[in-house]
Ligand binder design. Structure first.
Ligand SMILES: [Ca+2]
Length: 340
């Protein structure tokens, strides 16, 4: 609604500005009047976009049907409920798209039957490493690169994500934060001195049915030893299988050169991870490049069996925690309405 009001004001203002142009250009030739008119409009549009991006009055990118509980929050910059096939339009560099699809309970053998609405299914197939990779690139989508960011999503791990029939479950990447700039800080390219790239992705590890899925941060901080890979630090609590679970992640980049970078995580609203002394960078040229939805089995051993994981209601915010789905029902638990 806010956007509608702003555009109505803009339309009125433009008419007024055109009248103003006419008053001051009565001695101009007609084409020169129009030239001035268009030049003014262009400048006005650029200014308006800048104002919208800095004041947060723009509607968030992504799905139009923002969760009721998030309406009015000006720091929500992106939201998707995975209801539309074009949900990926704000994401870049999608690879291995054959491993993702939108599903509902009728088209998935893993989701509970009472699940309403669609969710993103990601598959890591037996004998393969890749699940999926795609980035929400901040500069492209927000017009700037933030130094701190909040993300919340709901995730559902099928039992086949874990150990099954005597074979080991998934061990690898999960969604998280990216500042690699395609140069350093991921994939065996260590963050040598904090000037070229860093990352703080998620990691997930599917254990036994009783143990659940261990989630954590997989971080390429500034190299302090001989390692060539990142360091995984697990969250305090695992995520059970066959249940929609709320995951929230937050990072704040360190002051360049100081060990004061912050990472926090919450599972179903409970703080399960906090570290306040990360050193990811030594220059303020490195910022948060993207939020990276990444599923890739690490190491040299491909998947022993098929794995399935689901995502829904992914939100990116710049100002504060997103929190739990503020409705009577969570995704997957809706009994009455068609809204998941
Ligand atoms: Ca959905």
């Amino acid at each position: 609604m806010m956007t509608g009001i702003i555009w109505a004001l803009v339309a009125g203002l433009m008419l007024g500005l055109y009248a103003l142009s006419g008053k001051f250009t009565q001695d101009f030739k007609e084409e020169n009047t129009w030239g001035l008119f268009f030049m003014q409009r262009r400048q006005f549009a650029i200014t308006l976009l800048w104002v919208l991006s800095t004041t947060g009055y723009a509607d968030p990118l992504g799905s139009p049907d923002l969760e009721e509980g998030l309406k009015g929050r000006q720091d929500i910059v992106y939201f998707t409920d995975f209801e539309s096939e074009d949900w990926g339009k704000d994401w870049s560099g999608f690879g291995h798209t054959q491993n993702m699809r939108l599903v509902d309970s009728q088209s998935s053998k893993h989701l509970h039957e009472d699940f309403r609405g669609k969710a993103l299914e990601v598959s890591i197939k037996k004998g393969e490493f890749y699940g999926l990779s795609g980035k929400f690139v901040c500069k492209d989508k927000l017009g700037y690169e933030p130094e701190e960011l909040y993300v919340r999503f709901y995730t559902y791990y099928a039992k086949d994500f874990g150990d099954q029939d005597g074979s080991q479950g998934y061990r690898g990447k999960a969604p998280g934060f990216d500042g690699t700039y395609g140069v350093e800080g991921w994939g065996g390219k260590p963050n040598i001195d904090g000037t070229k790239g860093w990352s703080c992705r998620g990691a997930s590890s599917g254990g036994s049915e009783a143990d659940g899925v261990r989630f954590g941060f997989y971080s390429y901080a500034v190299k302090t030893g001989q390692y060539n890979y990142g360091q995984t630090l697990r969250y305090d609590k695992p995520i059970p299988y066959d249940t929609w679970t709320c995951v929230e992640q937050y990072i704040k980049l360190n002051t360049p050169g100081k060990n004061d970078g912050v990472a926090r995580a919450w599972i179903n609203g409970e703080l399960v991870f906090e570290k306040t002394d990360y050193l990811w960078r030594t220059t303020n040229k490195l910022k948060i490049y993207s939020y990276w939805v990444d599923y890739y089995r690490g190491g040299k051993q491909p998947a022993y069996h098929n794995h399935h994981v689901y995502l829904d209601n992914l939100v990116i915010a710049t100002g504060k925690r997103v929190g739990l789905y503020a409705s009577a029902s969570l995704p997957g638990e809706s009994k009455k309405s068609g809204r998941n």
